[in-house]
Design a protein around this ligand. Structure first.
Ligand code: UD2
Ligand code: MN
Length: 574
């Protein structure tokens, strides 16, 4: 009897425990779905804490992923913890000499471990976020042309070290016709030993990064494609937030914050979470500050993804099926450039979105010049690629591009009819829609009164940037009628703008200067009177006049006097 009672107690206790478990499970299931942040912060939740410090301890790395030959590494090797590498002075000549090979400090890179350690750079709010346990898998695609061995393999190791194994399907390296021995001979053997399936595809002919990426994507088995450049370092928790955004919405293209790995010292320098991608009239990609509008939309929470108008292009995750649905890449683009803006316009205009996921950080070696050859010439290639975007996506706004780049109209850009058809089939919105809804802060003004030269009635000369930069005085020379430095738009916001620079006067008298357009009026606001042809600087109530001194070429403001020197003709005024 005693035994029977004993059994009953055990059964009853088990039952209570079982019920408790069920209740607890029900309570915590929420955390495994797409929630993030404080309400799931109990630690017992099933969600995966991002970055779970998989391999950060040097011993861990050694045991898990370092192939033979690297096992004797000293624990504190140069560059560890993201620090700058100090090249001994005895090697300075070698450092200068080898810099030319890749346009970064190869000696420093070679001194560092392929498994260099990096601190956790994430915002505090990111560290506490919970991510779904069920995330799509990803194939990482890295294309390269004559990349340095150490930077390429450090990219690979950082992916393996800092990605949950079950999410990482494979790493696909696409060698775009490199001619370096070690990349051809040693690479396959080296990557075969890695604990994550890693392999290289090779093209005999130089294709450029766009078609090389397409080749990698073609064989990928993961649910998501993640593209990286060949000189990156992924940090703790980089992957989960990207995949989470893709899982939330399959039409999201998720980009990490791109941190800076110094090309000189390989120091890891965190980038700002307050910048986003834009572009200028020449369609060069540019970083600009995130406007207040977007900060407000995120409720001031910097750990929330930023909706960015464009992406830098090198580092992003996209669902594989969506990548193809939305037109992958323009195969007609060669070598380098413009594919990032093409994809940015296409994604937004055809129903997707681009996020900078501020909880994901990946370092990248930014270079000042390009190290590799450009068959056919840099300008020809970039113009060719850019013109392909302009012709397919920019609609009436292509005027801005052609007027500031007068030489480009005559270059060849191949056949874009397939891409135009794609845009039609996907029923994409207009470029005007994009400017209005996605990028009202754009340097291309949504509405404007004129686009062309600004001519003085007295001297007959035109305002000219003279190729000068922000903060410098504007010039005035004879009108050449070719556009370029003499193209200004008088915008609906009443700015006199050329590219991303605006005519600006910061005093009650004095020379007109060029300043980065801020879109807020102020010192950049001008009122043009069609009758009197005066250009009045609103803040100072003064008028713009031709250069006052014979030797000066800078127009300046002064009291409005109705003289012809203060009359201006805006070309094609609407
Ligand atoms: C940025 C992007 C880059 C690409 C480019 C515009 C980042 C961090 N990088 O320039 O990914 O979008 O803008 O096109 O956003 N490569 C080849 N074949 C070539 C030329 C380059 O495989 O013919 C490889 C190269 O080895 C590298 C990648 O393509 O791995 C990107 O080239 P990059 O590093 O010179 O471009 P980057 O970072 O200046
Ligand atoms: Mn790069």
């Amino acid at each position: 009897r005693l035994r029977l009672q004993y059994c009953k107690v055990i059964i009853a206790t088990s039952l209570v425990w079982f019920l408790l478990d069920v209740i607890l499970l029900m309570y915590y299931t929420d955390c495994t779905s797409l929630t993030s942040g404080s309400d799931c912060n109990n630690g017992r939740a099933e969600g995966r804490r991002a970055g779970g410090d998989i391999d950060l301890k040097p011993e861990g790395i050694l045991q898990k992923i370092i192939p033979k030959g690297l096992l004797n590494r000293i624990p504190e090797s140069p560059g560890d913890n993201g620090k700058a590498v100090v090249v001994p002075s005895a090697r300075h000549d070698e450092y200068k000499e080898k810099f030319k090979i890749n346009q970064f400090n190869l000696v420093a890179s070679d001194m560092m471990s392929l498994n260099r350690t990096l601190p956790d750079y994430r915002l505090e709010a990111c560290k506490n976020k919970m991510y779904p346990t069920e995330l799509p898998t990803t194939s990482v695609v890295i294309v390269f042309h004559n990349e340095a061995w150490s930077t390429l393999l450090r990219t690979v190791h950082s992916i393996i070290n800092r990605s949950p194994r079950e999410l990482l399907e494979e790493i696909i390296l696409v060698d775009d016709a490199s001619d370096r021995d070690e990349l051809k001979k040693k690479l396959d053997e080296y990557v075969a030993k890695l604990p994550v399936r890693t392999f290289a595809l090779r093209s005999e002919k130089r294709e450029g990064l766009i078609r090389a990426r397409l080749r990698g994507a073609e064989v990928a088995k993961g649910d998501v494609l993640t593209f990286l450049d060949a000189h990156c370092e992924c940090t703790i928790g980089w992957l989960e937030p990207l995949l989470t955004e893709v899982k939330k919405n399959r039409k999201t293209v998720a980009c990490p914050i791109i941190d800076v790995i110094s090309d000189e010292s390989f120091e890891y320098i965190t980038g700002s979470d307050m910048t986003w991608g834009g572009f200028n009239w020449k369609l060069n990609f540019r970083w600009y500050p995130v406007p207040q509008r977007e900060l407000t939309r995120r409720g001031g929470d910097r750990s929330q993804p930023t909706k960015t108008p464009t992406m830098a292009g090198g580092l992003f995750s996209i669902e594989k099926d969506y990548f193809y649905e939305i037109g992958s890449y323009d195969e007609g683009m060669d070598i380098w450039g413009a594919e990032n803006l093409e994809m940015s316009f296409r994604i937004w205009m055809c129903g997707g979105q681009i996020h900078i996921v501020t909880c994901s950080r990946v370092g990248h070696v930014f270079r000042k010049t390009s190290p590799y050859s450009w068959p056919g010439g840099v300008a020809r290639i970039i113009n060719h690629n850019t013109q392909r975007i302009v012709e397919v996506w920019l609609d009436e706004y292509k005027d801005f591009f052609y007027k500031i780049n007068p030489g480009v109209r005559s270059t060849e850009y191949g056949d874009v009819s397939e891409r135009a058809k794609l845009r039609k089939n996907l029923q994409c919105k207009s470029f005007r829609w994009y400017l209005e809804h996605i990028y009202p802060e754009s340097q291309l003004p949504l509405d404007y009164f004129s686009l062309g030269e600004v001519k003085n009635s007295d001297s007959g000369k035109c305002i000219d940037t003279m190729g000068r930069k922000s903060g410098e005085k504007i010039g005035m020379v004879h009108c050449h009628g070719l556009g370029g430095n003499q193209v200004f738009s008088y915008t609906k916001k009443q700015a006199l703008q050329t590219d991303d620079l605006c005519l600006d006067v910061s005093a009650i008298a004095g020379p007109a200067k060029l300043f980065q357009c801020h879109g807020l009026g102020g010192n950049q606001k001008w009122e043009y009177d069609k009758e009197t042809k005066e250009l009045k600087h609103i803040n100072s109530k003064q008028c713009l006049g031709k250069p006052s001194l014979e030797e000066s070429d800078t127009p300046s403001i002064g009291p409005c006097d109705g003289s012809t020197g203060q009359k201006w003709i805006l070309q094609d005024l609407k």
